[in-house]
Design a binder for this molecule. Structure first.
Ligand code: URA
Length: 249
């Protein structure tokens, strides 16, 4: 990606000002990239946290053997929790089935419920810009949610809904074999990592997800960044951090 294009993407993220002034860049790197690299803490040897839990091993087996088409059909017909009675349709996930990156959000919102695709509203547009900022097109990654159905009024998923739905995501992960998972937002991160730690405490570390041991990095939800644009700089740090993790896999 050339520096002009990258500048446009960073502008879209509201990170125009995030360039080192009066300092030499890393060899061959645009100033913004240099700034981002310098800005990432603990990039050298990130600590590995988290481990597969016996509970997850059991739930991961539920959809074992299903291929993409079978899994999609099972999700579309799912009535395992009460969200099946309020959804317009299920939101399976979208993207490249050979993607290195799996982005995982919380649950479909109103627009996603209507269109059957994750992250298609305003938050989705910002997510696309965030991905572009690290040189990824939406079509290159895979995007899914912890829940396949919209909770009424966009309330948080409850533990039963998450427990019933996670095996679908786990099967998607087994089929996809991503190099990295990016959990966007506290709810996604807490459900994937089975923790009640704050998002701030979960950032800037490499966690591991499930039996497949996929590296998992946590960042802010784009909807939160729309409400709190001053945090975009930290999200940018997270994305650079994640990209560095991928380069090591
Ligand atoms: N927020 C999410 O977490 N997921 C979506 O698909 C849309 C908004």
């Amino acid at each position: 990606m050339n520096s002009q294009l990258r500048r446009e993407y960073l502008d879209a993220l509201g990170l125009k000002s995030w360039a080192l002034r009066g300092k030499p860049g890393l060899a061959g790197a645009p100033a913004q990239v240099t700034a981002a690299v310098v800005g990432v803490a603990a990039i050298a040897e990130p600590p590995m946290l988290g481990a597969a839990t016996p509970m997850r091993d059991v739930s991961a087996a539920r959809e074992a053997g299903a291929g993409w088409d079978e899994l999609r059909a099972r999700v579309a017909a799912c009535t395992r929790c009460s969200l099946s009675s309020t959804r317009t349709q299920t939101v399976f996930g979208v993207g490249n089935p050979h993607a290195d990156w799996l982005i995982v959000g919380e649950a479909p919102g109103a627009e996603e419920d209507r269109r059957g695709e994750p992250f298609v509203g305003r938050a989705g547009q910002l997510l696309n810009s965030m991905l572009h900022a690290i040189g990824l097109a939406r079509e290159q990654v895979y995007i899914a949610n912890v829940l396949k159905c919209r909770p009424p009024g966009n309330r948080d998923p409850n533990p039963t809904e998450a427990a019933e739905c996670l095996p679908y995501l786990e099967r998607q992960i087994a089929l996809l074999k991503p190099k990295i998972m990016l959990a966007v937002g506290r709810i996604a991160a807490q459900n994937l990592l089975r923790t009640d730690k704050t998002l701030g405490a979960l950032r800037n570390q490499v966690h591991r997800f499930g039996l497949s041991d996929v590296p998992l990095v946590v960042t802010y939800h784009p909807a939160y960044l729309l409400r709190t644009p001053t945090e975009k700089r930290k999200a940018w740090e997270d994305l650079k951090f994640a990209r560095d993790v991928v380069s090591r896999v």
